[in-house]
Design a protein around this ligand. Structure first.
Ligand SMILES: [Zn+2]
Length: 343
């Protein structure tokens, strides 16, 4: 198999067939390029503005998504593809190479904050990370209606494994998004706030696309179930959105009908560290808690004889996320409790 090195304007994402690329985006320091792996399958029923894209490694230290997508590169057969499927296992090779959330070896920017006005176009926003955002805007958005952005907790947080999405106004789109999320099979669905600027999924939603993210693990490791959920969710979306032939059965919590839909839209869901300290969880993520219940303890080793600070649940619900790395900067969300809105 040959993987073609090509600038974005030389990619063929429209002719029937399968093509494997290294998308070459000019390097800011090395005489050469950043190389993004991209595979596209175009089937006989492909329409110009419809298709599915799945991204891994929007953040460079989250690995279930890239691994699930790397498997799918081998598993999806061209003869089964009806429409258009684009898989990019590593969207940010700069961050992936350093194993960090941001593009640490280059411009230091967080790709999931880089979808802002002028990204990759205005001189002040011309570093590699903003140019990756510009590439997604110009080459990918016009060709897809379904966007899957596979994340994990990295160093920041441990999670109850979930597929996630923002609330959207259009009820038909909201229903499609919820179903697409459900098919990942995860124990939880997370409905989250939409105020953080520059997010890849927020931009996809504004464009009216079926947009789902995930949290499939944490701690720069690879979670067994997380990889399985990632593969299942992408394959299911491709089939249900008419891009791939085949049948698929629900798995795990989806099959059992026990997925919990957890909403973390308002500030009360977030418990903020009041000082730099070390976090000790007292319960696992996924545990049901009452408002005011102590979920974990924040220790201050500079005041070693003081009682630890109790990190309490701000609402009745289920613990969706907690700090992963124990050392915590003041201001970090150390406990996130989602309100259970399962029907
Ligand atoms: Zn992430």
């Amino acid at each position: 198999m040959t993987r073609i090195v090509a600038r974005p304007d030389r990619l063929d994402l429209d002719s029937p067939g399968r093509r494997d690329y290294w998308v070459a985006l000019e390097h800011d320091s090395v005489w050469g390029d950043h190389l993004l792996p991209l595979t596209v399958w175009v089937g006989p029923e492909a329409q110009p503005d419809r298709g599915l894209v799945a991204f891994g490694s929007n953040h460079g230290n989250e690995y279930e998504g890239p691994i699930a997508l790397k498997h799918l590169l081998r598993e999806i057969k061209l003869e089964d593809v009806r429409g258009r499927i684009i898989i990019i296992p590593v969207l940010n090779p700069s961050a992936f190479r350093t194993g960090t959330r941001e593009s640490q070896g280059d411009d230091g920017v967080n790709l999931n904050r880089a979808f802002v006005d002028g990204a990759g176009v205005t001189p002040a926003l011309a570093g590699i990370t903003h140019r990756i955002a510009a590439f997604v805007r110009s080459s990918i958005w016009p060709r897809v209606h379904t966007v899957l952005d596979l994340h994990s907790g990295g160093d920041v947080a441990r999670f109850a494994l979930c597929a996630n999405y923002h609330p959207v106004d259009d009820p038909a789109l909201a229903a499609e998004i919820e179903q697409t999320a459900r098919w990942f099979g995860t124990p939880c669905l997370m409905v989250y706030q939409n105020v953080t600027p520059g997010l890849l999924p927020s931009e996809a939603e504004r464009l009216g696309k079926i947009t789902v993210g995930t949290e499939l693990g944490w701690g720069r490791a690879v979670n067994v179930d997380g990889v399985r959920y990632g593969k299942q969710g992408v394959r299911a979306a491709a089939i249900h959105q008419g891009q791939l032939r085949g049948e698929i059965e629900p798995i795990d919590y989806h099959k059992a009908g026990t997925q919990r839909t957890l909403e973390m839209v308002d500030r009360d869901c977030f418990t903020v560290a009041p000082f730099d300290g070390h976090y000790e969880p007292l319960v696992e993520c996924g545990t049901a808690v009452r408002r005011g219940e102590t979920v974990g303890l924040l220790h201050d080793f500079d005041h070693i004889d003081m009682d630890p600070w109790p990190a309490v649940a701000g609402v009745d619900g289920v613990v969706l996320a907690q700090a992963w790395a124990s050392q915590i900067p003041r201001g970090q969300h150390i406990v996130v409790v989602g309100r259970d809105i399962s029907a």
